[in-house]
Design a protein around this ligand. Structure first.
Ligand code: 0RQ
Length: 501
């Protein structure tokens, strides 16, 4: 590992994970690397969980996004996490959040860096950052994600490095670290094309802040997406046809515009759908690069892909990290403040595809709260993209839990993306293009094109009675009934009226 530590005076900072974990104190605010199970610190959190067996202490943990099990399962279940933000996607910590045992701050991913600058998050006592190397000029080179690591490194009082020697050194050079100046002293972010590099290959820090270096060989937890099924394939095809119509209308070319696609199986399937299509020379400007992106690079469909992290299944990890030199000039990892920056999303004209849990007849989207109450994962970057994209697309199956739930409801039980931020909705039933439509026009398009046949009549019935009851108001609702579908689900285990008691 010595050759990966370019600042030789830091060699005597190499300690065990247990020794590094002892540096953390009760009440510390800790910023950790990691974004969607990639590039997260692993061995120091596990040592902290071990330490918690004999000692009671709690810390606040902020990261880029979701992490592997070391933090969001084992450290959480050891009772060490008091507060967590800004995103998680692990059943372990999710259950604790929903039992009130962990305080969770679910926030737009692009907002974190500003909150750190303003001291709302902080003061950060320690940043624990996974790195592939420390360069001779004192730059920390992150591994498979950048996330918030640059801003944590800048504002943390102290830094612990997990030098992960299982990550290939070919990662050096794929990062593009750019950190905007403070608000008020900031110029435009100098990027007019996602393929441009505007920063450095690593995070410049004062080496004196590095208090410990721990050597790790733990690989990233693989992503757990499932392959496309018939319905996700149908959704992908519907979306591709929509893009074809946009080309016919002269709004897009077959290179489209830079693509962002969220985490999860549906988003991955949609991207996979491009493989056998006529679209080419595509650019991905996203926050996560999943398997599909690398398959599209291999197929010659994607020319360049930039994001804040790479999260791959086991199979793709072996293929990509074993041959990283083949991808090095086609990919780039950036801080999430940049990948998700409203200024850039708007300037570059992104097409953004994210997933809804449920949406309502007027186009409001709930991506986070099951039945309005239980946290699923969090808003992640979906709000950053949806509001600022050229095309804000939401995909979801029209039903959940075997049909007991309609994903399209009279009123969403929680709002993440308002009707003003949602352009296109796609389910396996069809597509609703909401651009330029008023609420009642949107309701007709959503119910007719996207709702599951089992729920269509029930939705029309609610809508028609709401129009009647409100005298054809701008956004018709019967407030006493608007959430009755969720109440029915809780009481009768189904939203279907004819089955409800
Ligand atoms: O539960 O697995 O127990 O059956 O929700 O649903 O259909 O498998 O979809 O894995 O793509 O996740 C919105 C959660 C979708 C995710 C969400 C149940 C359903 C299943 C998952 P089971 P699917 P996915 C980029 C952008 C917000 C963050 C984001 C997400 C489970 O995409 O977290 O987009 N998005 N970030 O059965 C109750 C409903 C339901 C429902 C589905 N209406 N009510 N349960 N389910 N609809 C990434 C980052 O920002 C980092």
């Amino acid at each position: 590992f010595e050759n990966r530590i370019g600042v030789k005076s830091l060699l005597d900072k190499v300690v065990t994970a247990d020794e590094a974990a002892k540096l953390i104190s009760d009440g510390d605010v800790v910023g950790m690397s990691g974004f969607t199970r990639a590039g997260d610190a692993k061995v120091v959190p596990m040592a902290l969980a071990e330490r918690a067996k004999n000692e009671k202490f709690q810390i606040d943990v902020y990261t880029g996004a979701s992490l592997g099990p070391e933090v969001d399962k084992y450290l959480a279940e050891a009772g060490v996490i008091r507060k967590r933000g800004p995103f998680q996607a692990d059943a372990g910590i999710r259950n604790m959040i929903n039992a009130g045992q962990v305080t969770y701050v679910d926030a737009h991913l692009s907002h974190n860096a500003e909150l750190v600058r303003q001291g709302i998050i902080g003061p950060i006592k320690y940043a624990i950052l996974e790195a592939v190397a420390i360069t001779e000029d004192g730059m920390i080179v992150p591994t498979t994600s950048v996330g918030n690591s640059n801003i944590f490194a800048e504002y943390a009082e102290n830094i612990i490095i997990e030098l992960n020697i299982s990550h290939p050194e070919t990662l050096i050079g794929i990062h593009d670290i750019y950190t905007p100046a403070e608000q008020g002293k900031r110029g435009p972010i100098p990027m007019t094309n996602p393929e441009q590099r505007i920063g450095t290959i690593g995070i410049k820090v004062d080496p004196a802040k590095i208090k410990a270096i721990v050597i790790s060989e733990e690989p990233d937890a693989p992503s757990m997406i499932v392959p496309p099924d018939e319905e996700t394939q149908t959704m992908a095809n519907i979306l591709l046809d929509f893009f074809r119509d946009e080309i016919k209308a002269g709004r897009l070319t077959n290179e489209l515009m830079p693509l962002q696609s969220g985490v999860g199986s549906v988003a991955n399937a949609v991207l996979d759908g491009f493989a056998d299509s006529e679209f080419e020379n595509l650019v991905v400007a996203s926050e996560v690069l999943q398997d599909a992106v690398f398959n599209l690079i291999d197929a010659g469909k994607v020319r360049f892909a930039a994001a804040a992290s790479i999260t791959l299944t086991k199979e793709l990890q072996e293929k990509v990290y074993g041959n990283l030199e083949n991808y090095a000039d086609k990919i780039c990892l950036r801080p999430q403040e940049i990948s998700n920056h409203p200024e850039l999303i708007r300037r570059l004209g992104l097409i953004s595809i994210n997933t809804a849990l449920e949406l309502d007849i007027y186009g409001n989207v709930n991506s986070t709260h099951v039945s309005g109450t239980k946290m699923m994962n969090g808003i992640g970057g979906s709000g950053d993209f949806a509001r600022n994209a050229r095309l804000g697309i939401f995909v979801t199956k029209s039903y959940a839990k075997g049909g007991a739930i309609s994903s399209i409801v009279p009123m969403v039980s929680h709002v993440d993306h308002t009707e003003h931020d949602v352009d296109i909705i796609v389910t396996e039933q069809g597509l609703a293009d909401l651009r330029g439509l008023a609420p009642k026009e949107r309701a007709a398009a959503i119910i007719e094109n996207c709702a599951h046949p089992d729920y269509k009549e029930q939705l029309w019935d609610y809508y028609n009675r709401a129009v009647e009851a409100t005298g054809n108001a701008q956004t018709p609702h019967i407030l006493s009934e608007a959430l009755s579908w969720h109440v029915s689900l809780a009481e009768n285990k189904t939203m279907k009226k004819e089955l409800a008691k």
